[in-house]
Design a protein around this ligand. Structure first.
Ligand SMILES: Nc1ncnc2c1ncn2[C@@H]1O[C@H](COP(=O)(O)OP(=O)(O)OP(=O)(O)O)[C@@H](O)[C@H]1O
Ligand SMILES: [Mg+2]
Length: 280
């Protein structure tokens, strides 16, 4: 275990809390999201328990753990989507680029522009491929003139690896695409507003192996520009794509580590049992 070595690199007000046990030497280590003592209740039931985690910019962080352990709930804390659920109560700190996400003065619309989300089931709007991509940029006043919009749509679709497949049918409904193409359209839609962070909740679990591989390749390219946090039940996927992995269990983060170490040499028995399929 390499706690001391890890803490030498980044000065921390609370030493080691939320830090991965060891660091991936090749990765970028600028902090994107800092979570401290985060607790969340649905009514009387506590779903997140004193979470501490530092998430690094332009890396992929995978959240793994058994069903019901709080992965989706945690993701929703990062773009304040839990605010939409009336029974939710939250205590603790979520900071993005040093700013408190839950502060009263935080503009939620601006926050959701900075934090895009992609869901398990591709959910294009009932609009054309073109309008799916341009809808949010228009809403946020990022583009107005038609040539600007065309350029933005092409760029987002290219970045999402979908341009060649759809460039001749941009006026057709997004829902007319295959599942894998729809998911790339949803990724294009998320990146069209140039967010800092992209949250992905089991983005490939409804897709066939080829579409899954395409999305994994895409994630690998997107991390040059975006911080990606992805939930997966597929251990091979976490091992393939993620720089860092956090193992959740019953609302707690049991272990957080660089992915190589997490899979080759987990520090806790619970993470080891889960990763090796003995539990879950
Ligand atoms: N809207 C809600 N109202 C009440 N309880 C909820 C709500 N959403 C989630 N929960 C509860 O919070 C806990 C964590 O759920 P969450 O969906 O975050 O788990 P998860 O790790 O994403 O699971 P899965 O892998 O099955 O998607 C569970 O006990 C769940 O029943
Ligand atoms: Mg979930």
């Amino acid at each position: 275990m390499n706690i001391q070595a890890a803490s030498q690199h980044t000065p921390q007000p609370t030493p080691n809390v939320g830090q991965p046990v060891s660091r991936n030497n090749h990765a970028n280590h600028e902090l994107s999201i800092r979570v401290r003592d985060l607790n969340l209740w649905y009514g009387e039931t506590q779903a997140l328990k004193s979470l501490n985690i530092d998430i690094f910019q332009r890396n992929i962080t995978a959240l793994i753990g058994p069903s019901g352990c709080g992965k989706s709930t945690f993701l929703r804390c990062l773009n304040r989507m839990n605010d939409l659920i009336p029974s939710v109560r939250i205590k603790g700190l979520v900071e993005m680029d040093g700013r408190d996400v839950n502060a009263a003065k935080m503009d939620e619309v601006a926050l959701r522009r900075r934090v895009g989300m992609v869901f398990q089931k591709p959910n294009p709007f009932p609009k054309s491929i073109y309008d799916n991509v341009v809808y949010a940029p228009r809403m946020h006043d990022l583009v107005s003139r038609k040539p600007e919009q065309d350029e933005l749509v092409e760029k987002a679709l290219r970045d999402a690896g979908l341009w060649e497949e759809v460039k001749d049918k941009l006026d057709q409904p997004g829902t007319s695409l295959s599942g894998g193409q729809q998911q790339r359209l949803c990724i294009a839609r998320a990146i069209a507003v140039q967010p800092d962070v992209i949250l992905m909740d089991e983005p490939t679990s409804a897709l066939d192996p080829i579409s899954t591989a395409t999305i994994e390749d895409l994630m690998d390219r997107l991390k040059e520009k975006f911080t990606i946090i992805t939930v997966t039940h597929n251990m091979q996927q976490a091992a393939r794509v993620a720089d860092y992995t956090a193992f959740f269990h019953l609302g707690e983060i049991i272990e957080y580590n660089d992915t190589k170490t997490m899979f080759a040499n987990p520090a806790t028995k619970k993470a080891e049992d889960y990763i090796t399929g003995r539990y879950g």
